[in-house]
Design a protein around this ligand. Structure first.
Ligand SMILES: [Zn+2]
Ligand SMILES: [Zn+2]
Length: 200
């Protein structure tokens, strides 16, 4: 499994391209679609799925254009099901000041699933708190944590769907996985070993 981060700077979130053989998965389509499809073409990869860690605008900017360009389905936890279509919940309106709406995700998750996307499998861990529908995706020893936990902190809970008590419970669950040798790939900032994350 290979992980590339297509992050383009500024307030955009990290955009991970995960690949195995000729199969690829995008975690949080925030980079411009042309950059993602250029990379897919250069590396001769086929996009099998688009995994959303949650529904905030900075993680879904290229959600529709990437689906149009590749036909790959988008996965999102049902707790954030309304976010892509609702510019208030996604914070496009409140933070960007723009009424941008996407189409809903293609597959709604409950948590606990094991998704087979091409030759890769991702387990879905529901970690509410930053939003109600936050999930972490685990593939081998990589854990894609979105805005639940960062190397140096954790997600804010003052945006729509935020709940500090739920976030604390989610962080406790992640703390229980510290001995599993996982590396976190968060929605913002650098990766680190889960066991070295500052806030666990
Ligand atoms: Zn974010
Ligand atoms: Zn967020």
């Amino acid at each position: 499994m290979r992980i590339r981060n297509l992050y383009r700077g500024g307030w955009l979130s990290n955009c991970y391209l995960v690949s195995e053989g000729s199969d690829a998965v995008i975690i949080d389509p925030s980079s411009p679609t042309e950059e993602i499809t250029d990379m897919l073409a250069r590396a001769e990869l086929t996009l099998r799925g688009i995994l959303l860690t949650h529904g905030h605008f900075d993680h879904i900017l290229s959600l529709d254009s990437l689906r149009d360009a590749t036909g790959a389905p988008a996965y999102l936890h049902h707790g954030d099901a309304d976010f892509p279509t609702d510019a208030s919940q996604s914070c496009y309106l409140t933070i960007l000041g723009r009424d941008i709406r996407h189409r809903a995700a293609d597959v709604l998750l409950m948590g606990g699933e094991v998704l087979t996307l091409g030759s890769m499998t991702f387990s879905v861990l529901h970690t509410p708190g930053h939003t109600g529908g936050c999930v972490c995706y685990r593939c081998e020893d990589a854990l894609f944590t979105g805005d639940t936990i960062f190397a140096e902190g954790y997600g804010r809970t003052d945006l729509p769907g935020g709940n500090a008590m739920l976030l604390r419970e989610s962080l406790n669950r992640l703390a229980g996985m510290q001995d599993e040798g996982l590396t976190i790939y968060p929605g913002h900032g650098l990766s680190c070993l889960l066991a070295d994350a500052a806030m666990l």
